[in-house]
Design a protein around this ligand. Structure first.
Ligand code: HEM
Ligand SMILES: *[C@@H]1O[C@H](CO)[C@@H](O)[C@H](O)[C@H]1NC(C)=O
Ligand SMILES: *[C@@H]1O[C@H](CO)[C@@H](O)[C@H](O)[C@H]1NC(C)=O
Ligand SMILES: *[C@@H]1O[C@H](CO)[C@@H](O)[C@H](O)[C@H]1NC(C)=O
Length: 334
């Protein structure tokens, strides 16, 4: 009796220890870099780089928000989107206008100058995105850090990104496969409160919706007329269109996206469907009349930032965000 109790006791202690070490080691943390870069504040170094860039080009905000989505949704938040290469993610067609690679390079250079080999590119994407969101009127939320960089980036992996004509139910499934529920998804699509798309992504809605030869009946008539002016059929140039069609807030991170889609002024089909499909309509209406969108959006970004992360000793801390680490000279001589 006494013996089996002792065994059970030891097993319980070991279970607790394993659990504790697992948690201390493998998880993302708020403030992971505190004290890891001499007396420097890593998040502050990144923020200074991002602020400087933002004041010379405010469109860096939507660029980075989209970058975090594409990085995290494809093979987890491992900075795989940053890798150059003939067949890497950034060469795939959904990459299209993903931009902002240079500000990540600048932030990486700034942290490397102070503490080389410490801060991952995957964390820099998440910190920089948080910064542009707060610079654009969204709230400032705390980010978790401790991600490590992946070593694989394949164009074909971007197939997991949904298309603008996807249905609400398949979008919910796509997000569920990444551990995000329908509410998270509806908040995250609020990312389309800022930034632009191009005519080529919406021409079908303007002229030939679902091969009917007619426009999407769910688009507000005034919006249709105005978008058709910007996007004439067979135009030679692929013009940019604001995703948030409220002219006063098209570059502000706020809840106006939801008010717009309730007025049938959504630009993408999936955005418009959110306000119509019974799976999402009640949540859209609730957000449109709420006062805590920016808080909830920040929380959803944190959850997006935790998809399939590499931590602990997994992956690596890249020296350059654009390439996996090659062998170092000392290791060649060992
Ligand atoms: C069903 C999911 C989604 C689809 C189908 C989708 C699709 C797209 C497309 C096609 C573009 C425009 C590309 C172009 O014209 O070059 C775009 C832009 C954008 N997306 Fe999404 N997206 C989705 C979810 C998200 C999420 C979750 C976020 C962020 C949290 C996001 C943030 C953005 C931003 C900020 C832009 C503007 C980029 C810029 O101005 O440079 N999207 N999206
Ligand atoms: C890309 O392909 C070219 C030509 O095949 C090759 O010379 C180059 O090294 C490749 N680049 C990378 C990064 O793999
Ligand atoms: C994005 O994809 C397109 C089409 O595949 C390609 O031509 C372009 O070079 C890619 N963009 C980047 C930054 O690699
Ligand atoms: C979705 O996830 C959020 C954040 O983790 C949580 O607060 C919410 O209760 C979840 N919603 C549903 C319907 O499960």
């Amino acid at each position: 009796m006494a013996n089996s109790k002792a065994v059970a006791f030891i097993a319980a202690i070991m279970f607790i220890i394993l659990n504790l070490t697992g948690h201390c080691y493998g998880d993302l943390q708020f403030g992971f870099y505190n004290g890891k870069c001499q007396s420097s504040d890593v998040e502050d170094i990144v923020r200074r780089t991002v602020v400087a860039k933002f004041f010379s080009d405010k469109t860096i905000a939507p660029a980075l928000i989209r970058m975090q989505f594409h990085d995290c949704f494809v093979n987890g938040c491992d900075a795989s989107i940053l890798l150059d290469g003939n067949n890497s993610e950034k060469t795939a067609s959904p990459n299209l206008s993903v931009r902002g690679y240079d500000v990540i390079d600048d932030a990486k250079a700034a942290v490397e100058r102070v503490c080389p080999g410490v801060v991952s590119c995957a964390d820099i994407i998440v910190m920089a995105t948080r910064d542009v969101i707060s610079l654009s009127g969204g709230g400032r939320y705390n980010v978790q850090t401790g991600r490590r960089d992946g070593t694989v980036s394949l164009a074909q992996n971007t197939a997991s990104l949904p298309s603008p004509s996807t249905s609400v139910s398949s979008a919910i499934q796509a997000f569920a496969s990444k551990g995000l529920n329908a509410t998270d998804m509806i908040y995250l699509l609020g990312g389309h409160t800022i930034g632009v798309t191009h005519c080529s992504f919406i021409n079908d809605r303007l002229y030939n919706f679902k091969n009917t030869g007619k426009p999407d009946p769910n688009m507000d008539w005034e919006l249709l007329t105005s978008l058709r002016r910007t996007c004439p059929q067979n135009a030679a140039v692929d013009r940019a269109i604001n995703l948030d069609q409220n002219p006063f807030s098209s570059s502000v991170v706020d809840k106006s996206f939801y008010n717009q889609i309730m007025l049938r002024r959504g630009v993408f089909q999936i955005d418009q469907e959110l306000a119509i499909d019974s799976l999402s309509k009640p949540t859209v209406a609730a957000i449109a009349s709420s006062s805590d969108f920016t808080t909830k959006f920040g929380q959803a970004m944190v959850k997006l930032g935790a998809i399939q992360v590499l931590t602990g000793t997994q992956g690596e801390i890249r020296r350059s965000c654009r390439a996996v680490n090659g062998p170092t000279w000392p290791s060649l001589f060992n």
